[in-house]
Design a protein around this ligand. Structure first.
Ligand code: DP6
Length: 322
């Protein structure tokens, strides 16, 4: 009743922001992501009859604030296995936790896989994706490698809300440079930010209404390996998501001055002919996505931006790596 899993993080190029069901964590919009090879979470789960309740140690610290979603995810697997024992969960990320670097994606995906292994459940990648989604929407995508599409689905029970592979990592080996501009955990989580946006942003309904067109454009760009089209649609999706969040009341501004400075550096690089675009999640880190062979040049430019604390370089990854 003990097993581990190591799973890569992912970042969305066409963003997920908003839910139709909080209880089942069903997203209001589909999304398209890339799985990152060098950023991962490693999680060990042990079911133990003698434990009074689930426990979570994340990066060496007990995290009661994150335990709720962990337990919800474990419950889905316990029901399937007919097991009632509580679990001891120990997880660590090889990158800053909770700072908008997709730690919930890899963390909850690794939890789902480790727990399924510990309970000896034979589940399809699709079932694992549906279960991981209920822990964290973005985690549904980390079950797969390379380019991944998450379907919002339309059934009330969420059974058609899962991710699947769009294009293998080695077919279009894009490179990613992450500019870390802050190390602390973000003040407003994605979960709370989405809720605040849906409740109070006047642009939220347009965000949802235009998502199908964005997904179509994103999917076509990925399948056609069209970097220019992907650049246009990915930056649009990112900026539109942030525009929705900024217009919420109270406002949600995830960027700091360095994030904005990095955006300008990416635009300058692009104007000088470097194939690169950016994306930013619910935190101040900027993720630059570049065509194969350009990450060194992009990293050099981002490293020199005042306020950039650290840069990370990664290629695309396979999803489950251990
Ligand atoms: C901005 O998956 O962290 O990174 O489903 O509430 O756990 P929950 O949210 P989460 O949200 C990710 C939001 C995003 C965009 C994205 O990854 O698509």
């Amino acid at each position: 009743m003990k097993a581990a899993a190591k799973v890569c993080a992912n970042i969305a190029l066409i963003k997920y922001w908003g839910k139709v069901s909080t209880a089942l964590n069903i997203p209001a919009v589909g999304s398209i992501s890339i799985t990152l090879g060098n950023l991962w979470s490693e999680t060990e789960v042990e079911f133990d009859e003698s434990l009074p309740s689930d426990t979570l140690i994340l990066d060496g610290q007990s995290r009661l604030d994150q335990l709720g979603r962990v337990t919800e995810c474990l419950d889905l697997l316990r029901v399937r296995a007919g097991v009632e024992a509580s679990a001891r969960v120990v997880s660590h990320n090889n990158f800053p936790t909770g700072a908008g670097l997709a730690s919930s994606a890899s963390g909850l995906a690794a939890l789902t896989i480790a727990a399924a292994r510990a309970l000896a459940l034979e589940l399809s990648p699709r079932s694992l994706s549906i279960i991981a989604r209920q822990g964290s929407g973005s985690a549904a995508r980390s079950i797969f490698g390379g380019f991944v599409e998450m379907h919002a689905g339309s059934t009330p029970d969420g059974s058609d809300s899962f991710a699947e592979s769009l294009l293998a990592a080695d077919t279009w080996p894009l490179e990613v440079v992450i500019a870390v501009t802050e190390r602390g955990e973000k003040s407003v989580s994605s979960r709370a930010g989405m809720e605040q946006s849906a409740l109070s942003s006047p642009y939220y309904s347009d965000w949802v209404a235009t998502s199908t067109v964005d997904l179509d454009r994103g999917r076509r760009a990925v399948l056609g390996r069209d970097f220019e089209q992907l650049t246009n649609i990915a930056e649009h999706s990112c900026l539109k998501m942030h525009a929705v969040a900024m217009a919420a009341q109270p406002p949600l501004v995830y960027w700091n001055a360095t994030t904005v400075a990095c955006m300008h550096v990416i635009w300058d690089l692009r104007h000088s002919g470097v194939p690169v675009f950016f994306t930013i999640d619910a935190g101040p880190q900027l993720k630059a996505v570049c065509a194969p062979g350009f990450s060194q040049e992009v990293e050099k430019a981002l490293r020199d931006v005042p306020g950039v604390l650290e840069t990370l370089i990664t290629g695309l990854g396979p999803g489950i790596i251990g």
